[in-house]
Write a protein that binds this ligand. Structure first.
Ligand code: FE
Length: 265
C-alpha cells in the first residue's frame, strides 16, 4: 500500500460504485456489497454514498483516510475506454484506405462505410467485426501485454472458438498495429444497407461462441483433429517448423454466416 497514499483524498470521480475501500490506519475494509452494520448502512451502499460523518467502524478514522482496495467497476470502465480507443484507430485506419485507394474501385459497395461492430474482449484480446465497403472481417487485436508489431503479413493461423476453428491472416498497419483477420464476406455487393451489415456482424459474433454450430461440421472436425494429431507428432520430430507445413485450412466462415444474410447471402 505504500506509494498509494493520498490516492483517494476526495478524488471521488476516480472510484466506481463497486469500489471496495480500506482504512489506511487499521486496514478495515468497506465493501459496498456488505454495507456497515455498526452505522445501519445497508448492503448495496457505494462508498461515495456514505454520510459525510461516516468513519472507520474499527478506529474511527474519517472517510478521507480510506484508500481504494479493489475497484471492479473502474477496471471495467478502463477496459471499455481502451477497447473504444483501439476500435477507433482501426476504423480511422481503414477509412483512410477507403478514401485514399478504394473509393473508385468497381467492386466497392458505396452504400456502406467503415464501421466496427460487435466488439468485446475475449481471453484478454479485443475481438469484433470490421465492416467496410469492400469486405467484412472478423478481427482480433493483441492483449494489453502482447506485442504483435512483428507479425508477418500474410501468415496464416488457425484460432479456435466454441463454434469451431477459423483461419486468420496476420497483418500490420501503421495506426492499428498488428492484427489478425478472418474474412467473412468479400466483396460486399449483396448488402443493401449499413444496418444490414451491422446486423450480420452482430449475428456472427453470437454464432462464433455457440457450440451447437460445431455439430454441423463434426466430420470436418474429426478429420481436422486426426490431421492435427498427425502434425503434432510430426512437429515433435521436426521441431517448430511444422506449423509452416500446415495445409490450407478451409475457413469456417460458411458455418458462421450460413443463412444469416437472408437474400444478401
Ligand atoms: Fe480504521
Amino acid at each position: 500500500m505504500s506509494g498509494f497514499e493520498g490516492s483517494f483524498l476526495g478524488a471521488t470521480d476516480k472510484i466506481s460504485a463497486q469500489a471496495i475501500m480500506e482504512c489506511k490506519i487499521c486496514w478495515t475494509p468497506y465493501d459496498p456489497a456488505e454495507g456497515d452494520d455498526t452505522r445501519q448502512v445497508l448492503p448495496g451502499t457505494p462508498f461515495l454514498a456514505l454520510p459525510d460523518d461516516w468513519s472507520c467502524p474499527n478506529c474511527s478514522a474519517p472517510k478521507e483516510q480510506f484508500l481504494v482496495s479493489e475497484d471492479p467497476g473502474s477496471d471495467a470502465m478502463r477496459a471499455a475506454a481502451l477497447l473504444n480507443e483501439k476500435t477507433k484507430a482501426l476504423v480511422a485506419d481503414f477509412t483512410e484506405v477507403w478514401h485514399a485507394k478504394m473509393r473508385d474501385v468497381p467492386i466497392v459497395n458505396k452504400l456502406l462505410q467503415v464501421q466496427a461492430a460487435g466488439w468485446g474482449v475475449h481471453d484478454g484480446r479485443p475481438l469484433g467485426v470490421l465492416i467496410s465497403p469492400w469486405f467484412m472481417n472478423l478481427i482480433q487485436l493483441p492483449a494489453e501485454d502482447e506485442d504483435w508489431s512483428g507479425l508477418t503479413a500474410g501468415e496464416k493461423e488457425v484460432i479456435a472458438f466454441p463454434s469451431g476453428d477459423y483461419e486468420f491472416i496476420h497483418n500490420t498497419r501503421e495506426m492499428t498495429g498488428g492484427y489478425k483477420a478472418c474474412s467473412l464476406f468479400s466483396p460486399m455487393n449483396d448488402f443493401k444497407s449499413q444496418q444490414q451489415a451491422v446486423d450480420v456482424a452482430n449475428a456472427v459474433m453470437q454464432a462464433l461462441f455457440l457450440e451447437e454450430h460445431r455439430a454441423e461440421t463434426d466430420r470436418a472436425a474429426d478429420i481436422r483433429a486426426a490431421r492435427e494429431a498427425e502434425l503434432a507428432a510430426q512437429a515433435e520430430a521436426e521441431g517448430a517448423e511444422a506449423d509452416a507445413a500446415l495445409p490450407a485450412e478451409p475457413t469456417r466462415r460458411q458455418v458462421l454466416t450460413a443463412g444469416i444474410t437472408g437474400d444478401a447471402g
